[in-house]
Design a protein around this ligand. Structure first.
Ligand code: HPA
Length: 272
């Protein structure tokens, strides 16, 4: 079966379950699920019920796709995303983006938890992603037949939509939210970086590092789908004073910045 057929099967299933022409797609990062409390939910489906959704790991049996109204718009939200470190291919990781696009979304919003490489940025703050560096050693577009679904040599001169980013910066200023702007580097994970790797990331121009987002953004660009993304900075990656990773603290930091992220996303959706 072709990729297009897989996408159509999943989309048809969701349409029958009430996912009716969403305007905006939203991917929520680790520890960033509270936006769902603001959604008037009309339908929800577990990932493992959606035909062709990649659900090989136990963790993702609790992942859900949610449909409803947020800020006056119809939205489809991913509660939980797929990561390359779980053993998925980048085509699997990005399959939901293609399905949300086929459902009809016109914009995509993405969030993630990330480490701050730029030490002027502090944990608990937010960074608007302006550009990225793909260090995952692979592309979600490296497969036979990709040219039937869009261009093979996708332009990446402005991967994050300039208009959405401009609006997000204005909203941050209007709402007194400190919003940094910078370059996100994606790594495979799941291990955190060594001191030498943090030094390297700084030298090559990264402001933040994480294990997601870049594949989804590449596919959004392949589809011509305007996308914006924010990193919630959960730890400070200072190679000269590196503390052992503390997952509890990372989750606590994500929770601290989450209300600001919710304001930014909700207000942006009103303007889309
Ligand atoms: N590195 C990679 N991924 C992360 C980090 C980090 O320091 N913090 C949160 N996600």
């Amino acid at each position: 079966m072709s990729s297009i057929k897989y996408i159509e099967e999943a989309t048809d299933y969701l349409k029958h379950r009430g996912f009716d022409k969403p305007d905006v797609g939203i991917i929520l990062g680790t520890g960033l699920g509270k936006l769902i409390d603001s959604v008037a939910i009309e339908a929800e489906v577990s990932y493992n019920h959606i035909p062709n959704f990649p659900t090989a790991t136990v963790e993702f049996h609790k992942g859900k796709l949610i449909y409803g109204t947020l800020a006056g718009k119809k939205v489809v939200l991913m509660q939980g995303r797929f990561h390359i470190y779980e053993g998925y291919s980048l085509r699997d990781v990005t399959f939901p983006v293609r399905v949300m696009h086929q459902l009809g979304i016109k914009h995509l919003l993405v969030s993630n938890a990330a480490g701050a490489i730029n030490l002027n940025f502090k944990k608990g703050e937010i960074m608007l992603i302006d550009d990225h560096i793909n260090l995952q050693g692979d592309s979600p577009l490296a497969f036979r037949g990709v040219e039937k679904m869009g261009e093979r040599f996708v332009d990446m001169s402005a991967p994050y939509n300039l208009e959405m980013n401009r609006k997000m910066e204005q909203l941050a200023s209007d709402n007194n939210i400190k919003l940094h702007k910078g370059v996100y580097a994606s790594v495979v994970g799941p291990q955190l970086e060594t001191r030498a790797e943090y030094r390297y990331l700084k030298i090559i121009g990264a402001d933040a590092v994480g294990m997601s987002t870049v594949p989804e953004v590449i596919v959004a660009n392949h589809l011509g789908l305007p996308v914006a993304a924010v990193s919630i900075l959960t730890d400070e990656c200072d190679p000269d004073n590196l503390q052992p990773v503390n997952i509890q603290e990372i989750i606590a930091m994500a929770a601290k910045a989450e209300p600001s992220m919710i304001i930014l996303f909700t207000e942006l959706i009103k303007q889309l």
